[in-house]
Design a protein around this ligand. Structure first.
Ligand SMILES: Cc1ncc(COP(=O)(O)O)c(C=O)c1O
Length: 419
């Protein structure tokens, strides 16, 4: 009989990790004030809480013009549309990210060109970006994935040389900094999700940082049914209602008060985790880039060696969960998302460009290895439970690795069952 909790043994950690989202009386007071005001929605845009949230959010990231909106997918669609990118244009996205990064490109009418990742960071590989550029390429969307940031020096260099727009997908990187500069303020746009699991949340919501006031006015017009938001009041745009509501913004303003301390805790505990994790056989830490000067993150990702653990990340994560450690295997590679399989999703493949959607013929080996065998995503809550929270992760991983033979047997049985 194995000692692993997965097979009925005792759990490494019995105490739950801290819950998310965190809230207190301030959230209740802020939401109550909105309810009493009668101004619940987002019109006229921006409402007082929305304007306050925008100001404070830009302050947190250290620059840009913030335009709060409905979620962290439309933020990217709106950024592309504000930049005049649309039908037939190509936008380069990484293979390892949530489907929204590519879906937003399609919503803007453009074509996502999926490129492979750097196996040492799991973020977009700048060499692959360069190789994917064609005369139709208009933009790059680097994603700051997990606790990493994409190599923004290399991305910006490519963008400048090829006159491309850069939209940073910062859904995982509120508060993060690269050479001291806030994520989302390096490219032309920074897109942030405020969905309920994110480290700054308004339940649902998003905020787009724009480098220029002109782009911010265009973005605000697009999300406010096309109404003008430029100083002259003359810039009407084809738009829809993607406004943030005052109820959401009130939660965002309070969330921002708590955010810096939560981010500091996570960052300190990530350092502590790395000291101990590097000694666990079969665990590979992703490369820590010294230019990534503040690590603020949503999930912490590391890689396991399936040979040393006896199984791939599916079983290792199941074993970790059973030991009381909240974790996840992460996203599938973009070209293998069910959502994007034409036969499953009824994806309306444009007949003019079938080659971009021939996902079954795409091979992106680094993303496939990371997404299908190696990556383990630890919940942010693990990093808000003090040193004991981290010690328990390390103890659970050591225990699981010491029982690699049990996992190997289990994986073989699974393989036989599937065959
Ligand atoms: C990398 C990434 N981009 C974009 C999004 C989309 O954000 P939203 O759910 O707010 O639309 C998410 C959300 O999970 C994400 O993880």
């Amino acid at each position: 009989m194995s000692e692993l909790a997965l097979f009925g043994g005792p759990r490494t950690r019995t105490e739950p990790y801290p819950a998310w989202p965190v809230w207190d009386g301030r959230d209740i007071d802020a939401v109550t004030a909105v309810i009493r005001s009668g101004r619940w929605g987002g019109y006229p845009y921006p409402g007082p809480y929305t304007a306050e949230f925008a100001r404070r959010f830009a302050e947190l990231q250290g620059g840009g013009y913030a335009v709060p909106m409905a979620n962290g997918t439309v933020t990217m669609e709106v950024a592309l549309r504000a930049a005049g990118i649309g039908w037939g244009d190509e936008v380069i996205v990484p293979a390892y990210t949530f489907q929204a990064t590519a879906a937003a490109v399609m919503a803007a009418g453009a074509i996502p060109v999926i490129v492979d990742i750097d196996p040492e960071t799991y973020c977009i590989d700048p060499r692959r970006v360069e190789a994917a550029i064609t005369p139709r390429t208009r933009a790059i969307i680097p994603v700051h994935l997990g606790a990493q940031m994409a190599d923004m020096d290399a991305i910006m260099d490519i963008a400048r040389r090829h006159s491309l727009v850069v939209v940073e997908d910062c859904a995982h990187a509120h508060g993060a900094r690269w050479r001291g500069q806030g994520a989302g303020t390096i490219g032309d746009f920074g897109s942030f999700s405020l969905q309920s699991s994110k480290i700054l949340t308004t339940g649902e919501g998003g905020v787009l940082l724009c480098r220029t006031a002109e782009m911010a006015a265009r973005a605000a017009s697009i999300i406010d049914c096309g109404r003008p938001h430029d100083d002259a009041g003359q810039l009407f745009t084809m738009g829809a209602n993607y406004r943030m509501t005052e109820l959401q913004a009130a939660l965002g303003v309070v969330g921002l008060e708590r955010f810096p301390e939560q981010a500091r805790q996570r960052e300190a505990m990530a350092d502590y985790l790395e000291e101990s994790l590097s000694e666990v056989p079969g665990v590979r830490l992703l490369r820590r880039d010294p230019r990534h000067t503040t690590r603020s993150f949503y999930r912490y990702i590391f890689a396991i060696d399936p040979d040393v653990f006896g199984a791939g990340h599916d079983l290792v994560c199941a074993a970790l969960e059973a030991e009381g450690i909240p974790c996840w295997v992460g996203y599938p590679p973009m070209h293998r998302y069910d959502l994007f399989q034409p036969h499953l999703s009824r994806l309306p493949v444009p007949s003019a460009f079938p080659e971009y959607f021939a996902f079954d013929r795409m091979h992106l080996p680094e993303a496939e290895r990371a997404c299908e065998r190696e990556a383990v995503w630890l919940d942010e809550s693990v990093f808000r439970a003090g040193r004991q929270g981290i010690d328990d992760v390390v103890a659970a991983l050591r225990k699981i690795q010491a029982h690699a033979d049990d996992l190997r047997r289990m994986e073989r049985m699974e393989e036989k069952r599937v065959r």
